[in-house]
Design a protein around this ligand. Structure first.
Ligand code: AHR
Length: 512
């Protein structure tokens, strides 16, 4: 048993954006097709083709925002292929990034229907790589224009009278990589051009436009984008904002970058590498935000961490349930390691909430660090899903500052803090999340609370399983789920928690 001490300080002025708890859904493997979307004729229970169990699961955690249709897929996507009668929508094979069959049966209307059912804000990633300015402009008009225009006539013809509300728009995806291999100066010009044609058609909802940001620690990219596009803020010289956010993508591997390792059979050191990965998120946010501060100390431009999560070796082989797909493309199991990592990542995002407006885990269903896995008609909630649920009270709270004292844990990638936490203030009191990222040692964490907390009013939950690589399966879907937690006591003015190895605890402490 090792010990840690947390001293909570004052409530800050920074609000934890609810959108930090978002997800990303791409037309990749079985995320959308056979995952979210099974089709109206499927025997799998569905609402207008959308898998009922997933609608229920995402409604339960009030998923705040969903990014779609990619990822790299966005750079191949032509949205007009995905509207109108399904029988007339084009079907093509192997002509996108992920070499999947695309029959366009899930398109704009289906995505908007899904968002409405689960209560999520849509976040649409536009195609700046193989699309056109006109195409992007038309998409904004089709979705959001209230009056009589060519695109709104088309929308009405396709059964939707009223405009939708779509606030979040991505101006491309990973333009520095396969999605165009653009240099920052070229990308900036393209994004500024596209942005100029993405008009606000609503009096009340200004579009929030997200420029492609750096790949991980490419600080020059951020510097360039800020220098070239920030001066047009706020609200632009032409009466509308050009850029409201900059995205960051970073995946976490247990080995070398892009060398995948096993999702379940990992070593202690591979556990440690993943824990250390969340500290890299902290470093990225600190440094990118610091660069942005030079131009934008008021933090008007937000960071949108719209692809994050673990990336392990995919499961190969024929997929029995998905005739479209010949591999379990980027599918991986989800263990307690993923859960502790998600908790640590959320703690980082929470602590950077003055700058981070949105985050989206990759991906929502079946792909990478998924929230839900499906097999045939069955679906299971992953340990990562339960972290989303346990962290819900942080949304909209004011960040509470704090310090942490703990002996670092050594790993082959350098030492890291085995304990992570974040805290927020709400009308009723303080909410704190704690995790023990040590694979095998329990931890006693003493928390000094702000004044006024009611010693008798602590409600805590834990996510824990005996083995660090335990996971939910279709035979045992509830092996890991949040349970009431009572292993804490007041010692003097400190609340002392006993966290088992590889566990996460969340606690609401009401005010007197
Ligand atoms: O999430 C999988 C892929 O990873 C996305 O399509 C791409 O944006 C990223 O490189």
């Amino acid at each position: 048993m090792y010990k840690a001490e947390i001293r909570l300080g004052a409530q800050t002025e920074s609000t934890i954006s609810p959108y930090i708890y978002g997800a990303f859904a791409e037309h990749l493997g079985r995320c959308v097709y056979d995952g979210i979307y099974v089709g109206e004729d499927s025997k799998i229970p569905n609402i207008r083709g959308l898998r009922t169990s997933i609608v229920d699961a995402f409604s339960e955690i009030k998923l705040p925002v969903l990014r779609w249709p990619g990822g790299c897929f966005a750079s191949y996507y032509h949205w007009k292929d995905g509207i109108g009668p399904k029988e007339t929508r084009p079907r093509y094979e192997n002509n996108n990034m992920w070499h999947d069959v695309e029959d366009n049966s899930f398109g704009t209307h289906e995505f908007m229907d899904f968002c409405a059912l689960i209560g999520a804000e849509p976040y649409i990633a536009g195609n700046l790589s193989s699309g056109t300015v006109q195409e992007m402009r038309d998409w904004v008009e089709y979705l959001t224009h209230p009056y009589d225009t060519p695109m709104t006539r088309l929308r009405r013809q396709n059964g939707r009278e009223e405009p939708w509300r779509v606030k979040f728009w991505g101006l491309g995806n990973e333009a520095w990589g396969e999605d165009g291999n653009m240099r920052p100066d070229y990308y900036c010009d393209v994004a500024r051009q596209y942005s100029s044609f993405c008009n606000n058609y609503s009096e009340t909802d200004e579009l929030f436009k997200v420029f492609v940001g750096p790949h991980m620690d490419d600080y020059e990219w951020t510097d360039y984008i800020m220098n070239v596009s920030y001066p047009y803020q706020p609200n632009g010289h032409w009466g509308r904002g050009l850029m409201h956010g900059i995205s960051i993508h970073c995946y976490t591997y247990a080995g070398e970058y892009f060398k995948s390792s096993a999702d379940i059979d990992f070593t202690d050191d591979q556990w440690n590498t993943i824990m250390k990965g969340s500290e890299f998120y902290d470093e990225l946010l600190t440094k990118h935000s610091g660069i942005m501060d030079r131009q934008d100390p008021e933090k008007e431009i937000q960071i949108v961490f719209d692809e994050w999560g673990t990336w392990f070796a995919q499961r190969f082989g024929s997929h029995p349930e998905a005739p479209f797909h010949n591999t379990w493309y980027l599918e991986q199991q989800n263990t307690m390691r993923d859960a502790v990592f998600a908790a640590r990542a959320f703690d980082v995002f929470n602590r950077h909430c003055g700058r981070v407006e949105i985050a989206a885990i990759a991906q929502a269903v079946n792909v990478l660090q998924a929230l839900v896995l499906t097999e045939g008609a069955d679906s299971i909630l992953t340990p990562t899903y339960h972290i989303f649920k346990m962290y819900m009270p942080h949304r909209g709270g004011k960040l509470v500052s704090g310090t942490l004292d703990v002996e670092p844990t050594a790993s082959s990638k350098g030492s890291f803090s085995p304990v992570s936490f974040s805290a927020s203030e709400h009308d009723e009191g303080v909410f704190i999340s704690l995790s023990n990222g040590h694979i095998s040692e329990d931890c006693e964490i003493a928390v000094s609370l702000p004044d006024g907390c009611d010693e008798a009013a602590v409600h805590a939950e834990i996510l824990f399983s005996e083995q660090a690589n335990d996971h939910n399966t279709f035979d045992d879907p509830e092996k890991i789920r949040p349970m009431p937690f009572s292993s804490f006591a007041y010692v003097g003015h400190k609340l002392v928690f006993n966290l088992p190895a590889h566990s996460i605890v969340s606690a609401k402490i009401n005010r007197r």
